[in-house]
Design a protein around this ligand. Sequence first.
Ligand SMILES: Cc1cc2nc3c(=O)[nH]c(=O)nc-3n(C[C@H](O)[C@H](O)[C@H](O)COP(=O)(O)OP(=O)(O)OC[C@H]3O[C@@H](n4cnc5c(N)ncnc54)[C@H](O)[C@@H]3O)c2cc1C
Length: 426
Amino acid sequence: MPVPPEFDLIGVGFGPSNLALAIAVAEHNATAATPVTAQFLERQPRFGWHRGMLLEDATMQVSFLKDLVTMRNPASTFSFLSYLHSHGRLVDFINHKNLFPLRIEFHDYFEWAAAKVDDQVSYGHEVVSVRGGDPFFEVRTAGGEVYRARNLVVGTGLRPNLPEGAETSDRIWHNQQLLHRIDDVRDPARCVVVGAGQSAAEVTAFLHDRFPAAEVCSVFARYGYSPSDDSSFANRIFDPDGVDAFYSAPEDVKRRLMTYHANTNYSAVDIDLIDDLYKRVYREKVQGKSRLRIFNTSRPVDITEDETVCVTVESLTTGEKTVLEADLVVYATGYLSADPTPLLGDLGQRCRRDEHGRLRVERDYRLVLPDLPGAIYLQGGTEHTHGITSSLLSNTAVRVGEILASIVDRRPALDWSDEYVVKEWA
Ligand SMILES: Cc1cc2nc3c(=O)[nH]c(=O)nc-3n(C[C@H](O)[C@H](O)[C@H](O)COP(=O)(O)OP(=O)(O)OC[C@H]3O[C@@H](n4cnc5c(N)ncnc54)[C@H](O)[C@@H]3O)c2cc1C
């Protein structure tokens, strides 16, 4: 059997995080004496970034300047501005005076960038197990292929979060599925959306537009949708310096920072969208036909499925229960970081953990795995160590620069001298 090729790094997953890393590798290799060999394995058949939520008018929650590269290399040809230029839209975008592009436009930018580093990616390759690491990790895919690498960078993203006991079905989904399944829904009389974050508000507005004859009920525990804080001082929490500060802070300060600034990201909605939803509710009140109904300070306590789905909504203030017969229920109840350890098998057991059972992670995003020459880096799942940027795009460009620098710096001295000798003799 042929021995699988050996790479400096294998990236598991090819979302924006590992795409940004592939670009950093390409830019490094353009001038480096010793190129870094990298291969990224992605389970989707082609590049895709949360396609189920690519709503036509949804905008980015981060400045376009925090694209895949600019914070690391403002002169990069992989920037959002280079993308606009290559598509003949640069001047139109400038006239737009807008820091927050459409999500569909940013997706197109990601696809454009991904196509430029296509040689580093294998799509349709789901990683199912990892072992070894002394010195090579063996990475196995669902198709049975084996890849070998000295370093792994796990960027497997988020997984949908459902309330405890909640089950999905043909008519009950997490919002992740929205655009994949919405065409199957015909003339619903009522839709129920559970949740009060950005996705919940977007789904509520979307269903209200899409089905003009349907009632849309939004159910959440808060009194009202809360605005996301994108003010300048609070935004510094997403800065590279913010990551340094968070990483070195004592545990109680970390906890306090997350509480103070959770509303920069979690369960928070763009103020324009909140205003838009309120206008709809008010307009319908004036017209005497309220079909956008807000069940605030409420929660679904029972959901049964028969001819229709019956959602029992309980008011948290009065305890009153309302039964809503619905054709569709969408849980927009957030996401959790994908836990990398099941994929890592025995290696996962060997990872050092803190007193709360969470993975220990070095400042360069390396898992603490003693007695192993190979290194496993995490892109995502490091909120407890590196702070709120962990699962976001804000710091991606800088983070991948740090990971690549660490991989290059930690290359065994032997490799470098081998290369050097070969060059001298050539
Ligand atoms: C609807 C939505 C909108 C968002 N908008 C913003 C925003 O505006 N700004 C912002 O900063 N953040 C936003 N986020 C947060 C989001 O986490 C980041 O935008 C981004 O997706 C993080 O990139 P990633 O590559 O780490 O993870 P992902 O984008 O989730 O990519 C992970 C990839 O890994 C692949 N994968 C998983 N397991 C395996 C496996 N075993 N083998 C092979 N491949 C695998 C997946 O198929 C996927 O392609 C948004 C999130 C959602 C859900």
